[in-house]
Design a protein around this ligand. Sequence first.
Ligand SMILES: [Zn+2]
Length: 438
Amino acid sequence: MPLADQLVREIDDRRDDLIALTQDLLRIPTLNPPGENYRDICEYLARRLGSSGFQVELIRAHGTPGDCEKYPRWNVVARREGTGPGECIHFNSHIDVVDVGLGWTKDPFGGEHSDGKIYGRGACDMKGGLASSIIAAEAFLAVCPDFSGAIEISGTADEESGGFGGVAYLAQKGYFNPERVHHVIIPEPLNKDRICLGHRGVWWAELETFGEIAHGSMPFLGDCAIRHMGAVMDEMERTLFPALAKKRTEMPVVPEGARQSTLNINSIHGGQSEGEADFTGLPSPCVPDSCRMVIDRRFLLEENIEEVQSEFMDILKTVQGQRESFRYDLRELHRVLPTMTERDAPVVRTVARAIAATMGRPAEYVVSPGTYDQKHIDRIGKLKNCIAYGPGILDLAHKPDEYVGVDDMLDSAKVMGLSLIDLLTRARDLDLPAEASK
Ligand SMILES: [Zn+2]
């Protein structure tokens, strides 16, 4: 029987194992913030992968944001060497999950399995993907014990809060060096027939406008910082938002609405803060002397960050020309450059063929509107041959009653396993169409 058929059968035989593994992962609540139980889930993964012949390392990201004795930032990296030299395929999954929120009808940490779905916080984002990659690797090892190269599986901290105690830290320590790792698949929930090539860029900044405090009954004796901010917002409405809407990208971003530059106003705070929740008194009359606004600008491969910044500075200059006492401070909070792996990169071509063989239809190529850990693998690791591919419906991520479908996990595991055959064996007997694109 061809290797590909043997592999598919091995994965189907592991259905119960896949369900149990996913449930076990969901029952370890790895909420971030604050970053709970990272050590427990890393030890669980170390036991599992250790018994499948992987060399396992537990790595704490000392001194990274949030790392402390109560909430240490633990990561696990497991590597299984083949019997000959070759390339290394790395599956990277984040182990953290976001806050549960309201509206659940299932136990968010119960791992309930019903109607072919497994429920829980992190089921789709992304413990289901992590479980699929483990099953894929174990099934591959059963049918191809004599492969060349290496397989790595990592479980990393803090993706939901920027990945600094996870992939960024490991990349700084050389774990994503192109001499050690050649292909990276991040099993984020992008749907089982889509390859995510990368993401848009991010620029967060805080603008503060200044005024002068005075009695609220005589505002002409002061200078209102909120009115200055209002003028900035007027100018943004008049010129910036229409300009952003016109900047379209060739990146295949989904959803379609994100195929352009966008800007969100995350927050505005001006004047005195509102009282405590149980405070029943009245505020005192003051002209506000400070107003702060946080903006979240998402930009395209076709733009550069200097352009993005100067476009915003132009707004401020215009307002300055119109308002004599306008004073401000602009601080950058966070930046991520956009990234997009080429469609003819080796990992993209292999996974596209494996999707076509498994699903019987061509792979779809997408780009994420928001960022994920690929940014660190690209920028710090200097490794370009990286994609996100995994089971689960993106829209369910971070929502109540999040789930992952068992059949979807099995199909994704097959795609990952076939990709291992394609990249790590001489056989290359995947009877796959050479070109599969849409
Ligand atoms: Zn995720």
